[in-house]
Design a protein around this ligand. Structure first.
Ligand code: ATP
Length: 249
């Protein structure tokens, strides 16, 4: 589809097109298209940009990934369709493993997502044949890999559902969410809640990991001073301020 770069919503249209293509290629399920629409509604409220509160959380996420003993990035169909190359870049920079994790599990979709990541240069993607289960998460949705999410101390979960996010927190992991909806159960359960659009958030985190340039003292300070309730409170204030200014005549 031809898209004019000068269109004011070019980036958003491009994301929609990538998801539609992902749907046609078997990466994305219909529920994923609905989730994108839900996210976009919140992005309008944020002004379709990375707000300061999100950047604050992204810096903490970079520090957590940098300090992790074993970090894993969880990838579902929407994430693969929208940001496969960005995920691969972050996994390289942060030395995190990559695991395919699906709400609607099928081996063939797990394989398709693994192949999409490999096409962008991923060396190893944990996908088919998961060998563990998350406690308290029913059926296929709890399936995961011991070398990935199950054994990780830090887990990045973009566009995740609330049950699984809570189960990971219950397991004592440092859970980093990326979710445009600050009211979702995922954003409320996470240890670090990034309220930002996926394709803006991932490159920002990669840049902040690079900026740490091996300085574990600085990463430790960032983590120690981080307060997630401050992040969420600042997100709600930013939305309120924006609506207040729009409501003034
Ligand atoms: P929860 O279970 O956490 O309360 P939910 O039922 O909405 O929320 P999902 O449908 O699995 O759970 O959530 C996907 C989330 O991802 C939604 O909250 C949506 O706002 C968010 N989202 C969708 N697309 C994007 C995107 N491109 N960038 C960031 N967030 C997104």
């Amino acid at each position: 589809m031809y898209m004019d770069r000068s269109h004011p919503r070019f980036e958003s249209l491009r994301r929609r097109e990538k998801l539609a293509e992902g749907f046609r290629n078997g990466l994305v399920v219909p529920e994923g298209l609905i989730a994108q629409g839900r996210g976009e509604a919140f992005d309008y409220l944020l002004g379709e940009r990375t707000i300061d509160a999100a950047e604050y959380a992204e810096r903490a996420a970079a520090a957590a990934l940098f300090l992790a003993k074993r970090a894993t990035i969880s990838v579902n169909g929407n994430v693969a369709a929208l940001a496969a190359s960005e995920v691969v870049a972050l996994s390289r920079t942060s030395e995190a493993s990559v695991e395919v994790n699906l709400f609607h599990w099928s081996e063939s979709r797990a394989r398709a997502i693994r192949e999409a990541l490999e096409a962008e240069g991923a060396k190893e993607v944990l996908a088919e044949n998961p060998d563990r289960r998350l406690e308290g998460v029913a059926h296929d949705r709890g399936r995961c890999h011991s070398r990935g999410i199950f054994g990780a101390d830090v887990v990045l979960i973009p566009l995740e559902d609330g049950d699984r996010a809570s189960a990971l927190v219950e397991m004592g992991k440092t859970v980093i969410s990326i979710d445009l909806n600050p009211l979702s159960r995922t954003s409320r359960a996470a240890i670090i809640s990034i309220v930002d659009e996926l394709t803006r958030a991932i490159p920002n985190i990669t840049k902040f990991v690079e900026e740490l340039s091996g300085d574990s003292e600085s990463a430790r300070r960032t983590m120690d001073s981080y307060d997630n309730s401050e992040t969420l409170s600042r997100v709600f204030s930013a939305i309120l301020e924006r609506l207040k200014s729009l409501s003034q005549r």
